[in-house]
Design a protein around this ligand. Structure first.
Ligand code: AMP
Ligand code: MG
Length: 307
């Protein structure tokens, strides 16, 4: 099948593929996911294979707003408050699992990661399938996440059965993961929902990420293009380094946006484009360490750690 025949806007076609045990790229407001029916062990194992993802890295379950969350996880008061305030939205809750959740989704952990994504096409798909979907980011393991249907095909090629095209992702970086398994909350992955948002909604102070992350798969190196990513503290530093590289004949580009919303939106597409242009080095200017800037810095640091 050629690339265009595997991209569709037809929810019923995507639904049929999933119900038959296929794997489908799905749009969300964060990044594109690679979906399979969560209760279908074989389909979920195809997701791991297509990504080249180690089986020890558990998957986020995506639910429709019309599903009953309590079938999947046990939400304490804080988790419930966050779900009420922010779902559908870019927030994943890590909570104790119910018996319905299979080991092949959680890597046999006693917790499950749950999210209701804010994307009309994907909510329509979840309702049509009438089953929960696992959906890790639809990229090869360790590579840059996809923010368009074309990115998914470019990364996964023939191993994905279909991609549901919902346009470019509105946010552009992965969901915030909040661990809600005890009376203290922890941010396991920063995203658009900030620690401040979480603290305001729950009335709890949020512990900083400390020590090795309790979320397997939060590796030091991740989100990496082929080009080497170098972090710069300011645009001035980036320009100076750029000049030095140009003199040496090294194909180099600067990645920088003043506005963090636009930075997040553009980040992964720009890293992919740098590879397509054959650049050897991307000089990424770090945004301020607040709000969405925290999440962008996290992704850039991991991309740079892959060098
Ligand atoms: P992604 O590939 O962006 O979907 O990342 C999903 C991440 O969520 C994983 O790498 C884990 O860090 C985290 N996660 C998902 N399920 C669990 C779980 N049951 N326990 C701990 N972390 C989880
Ligand atoms: Mg990922």
């Amino acid at each position: 099948m050629n690339m265009s025949s595997r991209i569709t806007q037809n929810v019923n076609q995507a639904c049929l593929v999933l119900q038959q045990g296929g794997i489908v790229g799905i749009p969300t407001e964060t990044v594109y996911g690679l979906a399979a029916v969560a209760l279908n062990a074989e389909a979920v194992s195809r997701v791991y294979q297509a990504k080249g993802r180690p089986p020890s890295h558990p998957l986020i379950i995506h639910l429709s707003p019309s599903d009953n969350i309590n079938r999947w996880g046990v939400l304490n008061e804080s988790a419930q408050a966050l779900a009420n305030a922010l779902w559908p939205g870019p927030l994943t809750l890590l909570v104790p699992r119910t018996r319905l959740v299979p080991d092949w989704v959680t890597g046999a952990r006693d917790t499950v990661a749950l999210r209701i994504p804010a994307h009309d096409l994907t909510i329509a798909l979840l309702d049509a399938v009438s089953d929960a979907l696992v959906a890790p980011s639809a990229n090869r393991f360790g590579h840059v996440s996809p923010t368009s249907a074309e990115h998914v095909i470019n990364d996964l090629g023939d191993s994905v059965d279909l991609v549901l095209d919902g346009g470019s992702c509105a946010i552009g970086i992965e969901s915030t993961i909040v661990e809600c398994t005890s009376s203290t909350l922890q941010i396991l992955r920063p995203g658009k929902v900030s620690a401040l948002d979480v603290a305001e909604i729950t009335g709890l102070s949020i512990s900083d990420m400390d020590g090795p992350s309790r979320a397997p798969g939060m590796l030091i190196a991740h989100y990496a293009p082929n080009a080497r990513v170098e972090l710069c503290a300011s645009i001035g530093e980036a320009k100076a380094r750029h000049d030095t590289y140009v003199i040496k004949g090294v194909a180099t580009e600067i990645l920088h946006y003043e506005d963090d919303t636009i930075y997040a939106l553009s980040l992964y597409d720009d890293l992919r484009s740098a590879d397509l242009r054959g650049s050897s080095v991307v000089l990424a200017v770090l945004p301020p360490d607040t709000g969405l800037g925290i999440a962008i810095r996290d992704r850039l640091s991991k991309a740079a750690a892959s060098n």
